[in-house]
Design a binder for this molecule. Structure first.
Ligand code: ASP
Ligand code: CP
Length: 361
């Protein structure tokens, strides 16, 4: 199932390509993902296939018999969860996804307990994992490492797929998948995910979830994007360039109160101060105007939803947690279903799931 052509090109050639040029090298012959590295790999047709599959899996998992069927599906495969950066939900939802499908797992969450501590390179570490596992799901602080690993793995004696579970400040493609799945589900009875306004708020300069989601949303018709942040945390030009190139309506603002009534979805984010050049830099930025509490809730339209990739700090008051428009807990659970769908698709099990769904539900 590996994409053959990645064997034919050097790392230098591959690295020099645009993300869009790289995308065809990462898919299997039927168009399903092999390596999942960037949001740009997903077009509307693939997103629709994936969200549909996630919904079927959710339905099947409601019964004991269905869970039994799912648990047999990929019980012949093993996945390595290699998380060299902190995580709660991405790690646990991937772990749960593997458990749902019967995939056996191993993990490294702290490189001081692996031979990286003895000076082994990341590349050698990953090559070691590939001797024992059939997939690597990896979170790293380094931009581009998942990509390099995917290239190296495609060219190794035992090629295996790589899933990027968050790479530096750059990308978090599977978070964007669960965010889109949440939006699709939230608007499915209101005409679908089209003709909507999504407002991104907070640390847009360093938040990788926003960078991936902004790109994924360009697949859906007429989704306007508004970026609300204090100037030092405003969204990067590369994301805006992408929207300009695709003709997507968007603008930047620092007036959160004024923007709230325009939103169909508000996507809050925390300050990513782990990336401060000097400790305490972020603390000097006034972000209180970009918090969401009961006052802001009054301005939110009745059908609109409030999202957050989590973890949160003060940017969403716990006082709004029980409002039906607060979607972040359901959003988090959607992550388990869409990641189950992605793993099932990567291992080529989607047809068997459709078949079971058609016959039993
Ligand atoms: N959990 C998300 C990430 O890893 C968002 C965050 O940490 O703020 O990017
Ligand atoms: N949203 C997200 O990636 O959460 P974790 O950092 O807890 O995995």
């Amino acid at each position: 199932m590996r994409p053959r052509r990645l064997l034919d090109i050097s790392w230098g050639e591959f690295d020099a390509m645009s993300v869009e040029q790289k995308a065809p090298y990462l898919v299997q012959s039927d168009g399903t993902p092999y390596h999942t590295l960037f949001a740009q790999q997903f077009d509307l047709a693939l997103l629709e296939r994936l969200t549909h599959l996630a919904t079927e899996i959710r339905g099947i998992a409601k019964t004991r018999a269905g869970m039994g069927f799912l648990r047999e599906l990929v019980c012949h495969k093993r996945a390595m969860l290699y998380f060299s950066q902190p995580s709660s939900r991405t790690f646990l939802s991937f772990l749960s996804a593997c458990q749902i499908l019967g995939v056996q797992t191993g993990e490294v969450r702290d490189t001081s307990t692996s031979s990286e501590f003895k000076g082994e390179s990341r590349e050698d570490s990953v090559r070691t994992f590939s001797s024992y596992f059939d997939m690597i799901i990896m979170r790293t602080p380094e931009k581009g490492l998942a990509e390099h690993t995917a290239w190296a793995m495609s060219n190794s004696e035992r090629p295996i797929p790589i899933i990027n579970a968050g790479s530096g400040q750059d990308q978090h493609p599977t978070q964007a998948l669960l965010d889109v799945y949440t939006l699709v589900r939230s608007f499915e009875h209101l005409g679908g995910l089209r003709n909507r306004t999504v407002v991104f708020v907070g640390d847009l300069a360093r938040g990788r979830t926003v960078r991936s989601l902004s790109r994924l949303l360009t697949n859906y018709p007429n989704i306007r994007q508004i970026f609300v942040a204090p100037a030092p945390l405003q969204i990067g030009e590369d994301v805006l360039d992408n929207l300009r190139n695709k003709g997507v309506t968007h603008y930047c603002s620092d007036d959160f109160q004024a923007v709230i009534p325009e939103a169909d979805a508000i996507y809050m984010t925390r300050v990513q101060d782990e990336w401060d050049k000097q400790k305490g830099d972020s603390a000097r930025i006034d972000i209180a105007r970009f918090h969401f509490g009961l006052e802001q809730l009054k301005l939110l339209r009745p059908h609109a939803i409030l999202m957050h990739p989590l973890p949160r700090r003060e940017e969403i008051s716990t006082a709004v947690d029980h409002d039906p428009r607060a979607m972040y807990w359901r959003q988090m659970r959607n992550g388990m279903w869409i990641r189950t769908a992605l793993i099932a698709m990567t291992f080529g099990c989607d047809k068997r799931i459709h078949e079971y769904h058609r016959q039993n539900l």
